[in-house]
Design a protein around this ligand. Structure first.
Ligand code: SAH
Length: 342
């Protein structure tokens, strides 16, 4: 028999609006003895069926919805259907078929499942106990649906801590991926290291922004801060920026950037690379009287949770204020934040 998670009165409201999370504070009681990752039936206080969800007693989010349909069975065929639907949603003229995010967690009805495609290599990241429990079926479904050569797992995101899961990295299906995989993003060539690159190897979710920003700076001086492997910089160079300065504290990331600039055949004199702390470098540039027409700010997460919001907000104010001071009249600032905690 299936275990049941019964909600407190009134706590079914968000589920009825299709929000797929059940917070521990909304749970009245549990029937049965489910373990982390097991599928449970979620019921309202009145005994109405609401959803099938993955249970995790160790997380603030006790349940994550797999399906709203009572007659849907959560198993291998379910994951195949969902992954097939995710793939179908990416068949679109603006999405490169060979390099894109194939499965995007809750947005594809698969909480805790991220799958990115780099040619015939798929990189899978599982971040919840529920996703973890179905790892093998998810990997099989991905291979079947995409006919890719391999699935490499990069389940080493910090959020796994909150779910009580250790990091897991390695080949899940097929053979070892190549050291570097070459991809093209809006015509610009990049090298992806799926083992050591941030996240699954590339910030695919910034694809459109990089393209838009690249189109801005024709014949202009550009400054890319927190440049990582210089993806914004290369897009700007490809679109004809006069000069691009990339700043990052990681020498490796800058080396990678240079390598890719060479791969694209960009003239070295158009690019400068600064290994520095951005907070300090901005003050130095200001003191030297430097200025730019376009500045890109895509920092790492300053606030991993809401508790860090206050301090993070000061950091954001600092870097944005300094950026404005380095902008020429009529200049543009492209600024980003990935702090969910804010
Ligand atoms: N914009 C990049 C992603 C940036 S990731 C892209 O589109 O791919 C954040 C980067 O900030 C990392 O490369 C990290 O090395 C760098 N970083 C973090 N703190 C920094 C600091 N104080 N000064 C300079 N770089 C920093």
């Amino acid at each position: 028999m299936n275990s049941k998670l019964i909600l407190k009165p009134g706590r079914e409201k968000s589920l009825k609006r299709r929000h797929p999370w059940i917070f521990s504070s909304g749970v009245a009681r549990l029937e049965g003895d489910p373990r982390a990752g097991d599928t449970v039936a979620v019921q309202s206080a009145q005994g109405e069926f609401l959803a099938w969800a993955a249970y995790n007693p160790g997380s603030q989010i006790s349940g994550r919805v797999w399906s709203w349909r009572q007659n849907e069975k959560i198993g291998a065929a379910f994951f195949q259907r969902r992954i097939r639907a995710a793939l179908a949603a990416r068949v679109h003229p603006t999405i490169p078929a060979d390099t894109c995010r194939l499965v995007h967690g809750e947005a594809d009805g698969l909480p805790g499942v991220i799958a990115d495609r780099y040619g015939d290599t798929l990189v899978l990241q599982l971040t919840t106990a529920g996703a973890e429990a179905w790892r093998e079926d998810i990997a099989d479904a991905l291979l079947q649906v995409t006919a890719a050569a391999r699935v490499y797992e990069r389940s080493d995101a910090d959020v796994r801590d909150l779910e009580g899961l250790p990091p897991r990295v390695g080949v899940l299906r097929g053979d070892e991926p190549p050291e570097t995989i070459e991809i093209r993003e809006h015509g610009v060539r990049f090298l992806v290291d799926v083992r050591r690159g941030h996240k699954t190897g590339f910030y695919l979710d910034q694809r459109t922004n990089r393209h838009i920003v690249g189109k801005l700076p024709r014949d202009k001086d550009t400054l890319n801060r927190f440049s990582y492997t210089a993806r914004f910089s290369l897009h700007a160079l490809a679109e004809g920026a006069k000069h691009v300065t990339s700043i990052d504290s990681s020498a490796d990331a800058l080396e990678w950037g240079k390598r890719q600039a060479a791969l694209n055949g960009f003239d070295e004199s158009r690019a400068a690379w600064m290994e520095a702390d951005v907070f300090k470098a901005l003050r130095t540039l200001r003191d030297q009287g430097k200025s730019f027409d376009l500045i890109v700010l895509d920092p790492p997460k300053f606030a991993p949770t809401a508790a860090h919001a206050e301090k993070a907000a000061r950091g954001y104010k600092d870097i944005n204020l300094l950026a404005f001071k380095l902008l020429r009249p009529g200049g543009l600032l492209a600024t980003f934040s990935c702090s969910g905690g804010i």
